[in-house]
Ligand binder design. Structure first.
Ligand SMILES: [Cu+2]
Length: 390
């Protein structure tokens, strides 16, 4: 609301300034002044120095941004391939930063140096093959290197060795939540189809498929440290994107097809909570929360709970009104803790069977003794009469 008011005030102020300029122009009518459309040397000088002003603004803003928001970047990747991913990003950043600093400085310097001047004549210069060759070949080499390095990293990250010992987990996206399905002992997910969604079978698993018999559905994702997890993604409705920033992983979830991504977690949730840089981030968040809590308490409301770190699976495609809240907690356990957690989880097939049995039991007509039935009818009649009398 405050933002909206500020915006309205800014718009009204701009309109006021614009109107005042028009009034000022009108008061100048009849006076001797230079209203020529041709720039004078003085105009060109002003524009030339403004070029430097803009260059200074650009660089000051970059430095300010790095100092103010630089700490928000995630550190310490929690997956094996995360370090390669981060290296690619930092090298790209470094090259872009270096090249843009030099080119922007040159661009603005020459715009200043060759600003308009009445005594200067433009030089007709057709072309220079040597110069053109240099400024073409340098970007070609740098870009080719960067692209090849990117492709190499991408291929390495996306490669899934079919023979490797992995855990197969399905992530099912829908507006606006996630569900997870473990492939069970056979490590093969049973078939699923959106048309089979019914009752408790919210992921549409084909309960008659032999591979589906040991599949397990959960609402909180647990994965073991040190073992490659092979994710298969599906979507029930629209495009979603499974985004696990701490693991440097993201994959689109597309209705009607299965997409994949595999990574090996290398830090348990507890280990990440102990990480010095993560603790710093958590402390900053809690400082903001404490401030907000004090405000809430003053208003007589309940204060916020302190934040503890957890890995998250988020949706990274704007998929509807509650997209912002489409998330699922991820817990990275030690292999022992993971086994202990998974051990007592029931299968989807059993849950569906139980649901059916329950529904059947409810649908079977209950034999009511005749006397009791008569009583009920009488009561009903009495009630009815009362209503009519009123
Ligand atoms: Cu979504």
């Amino acid at each position: 609301m405050t933002t909206l008011l500020v915006l309205i005030v800014l718009v009204l102020l701009s309109v006021a300034v614009w109107q005042m300029t028009k009034i000022f122009d009108l008061t100048q009518v009849g006076r001797k002044c230079d209203d020529s459309q041709v720039a004078t040397d003085n105009d060109n000088n002003v524009q030339g120095y403004l070029m430097f002003g803009f260059l200074a603004f650009l660089n000051i803003f970059i430095i300010f941004g790095l100092l103010k928001w630089g700490h928000l970047v995630l550190t310490n990747p929690a997956s094996e391939h995360g370090a390669d991913y981060d290296n690619l990003m930092w090298i790209s950043f470094a090259i872009i930063f270096f090249v843009q600093t030099i080119t922007q400085a040159l661009l603005h310097y020459f715009a200043f140096k060759y600003r308009g001047n009445k005594d200067r004549k433009a030089l007709y210069y057709a072309d220079n093959d040597k110069l053109e060759f240099i400024w073409t070949i340098i970007p070609v080499i740098v870009l080719a290197g960067l692209i090849l390095y990117g492709l190499y990293t991408w291929t390495n990250i996306m490669f899934i060795d079919e023979d490797e010992d992995t855990i197969v987990i399905e992530l099912y996206a829908k507006q606006f939540s996630w569900e997870a399905r473990y492939a069970g002992e056979d490590n093969v997910l049973g078939k699923a189809n959106v048309r089979l969604i019914e009752g408790i079978n919210t992921m549409g698993v084909d309960v008659n498929d032999p591979n589906a018999q040991d599949d397990i559905a959960v609402s909180e994702l647990h994965i073991p440290k040190g073992k490659k997890v092979h994710f298969k993604f599906r979507s029930q409705d629209v495009l979603h994107s499974a985004y696990m920033p701490h693991f440097r992983a993201q994959m689109n979830c597309v209705p009607g097809m299965v997409t994949e991504f595999a990574f090996k977690p290398i830090m348990t949730t507890d280990e990440m909570r102990q990480d010095a840089k993560m603790q710093e981030k958590v402390a900053t968040i809690n400082k903001i929360r404490a401030k907000k809590s004090a405000q809430l308490v003053a208003e007589g409301k309940t204060p916020l709970d302190p934040y503890t770190f957890d890995y998250l699976l988020l949706c990274n495609k704007i998929c509807g009104a509650s997209h912002y809240n489409m998330q699922m907690k991820i817990v990275v356990d030690t292999p022992q803790d993971f086994q202990a957690w998974l051990k007592d989880k029931g299968t989807i097939v059993n849950a569906v069977k139980e649901e059916k049995a329950k529904a059947n039991a409810e649908a079977t007509p209950v034999v009511v003794p005749v006397a009791k039935k008569a009583d009920t009818t009488v009561v009903a009649e009495v009630v009815d009469t009362t209503v009519v009398k009123k």
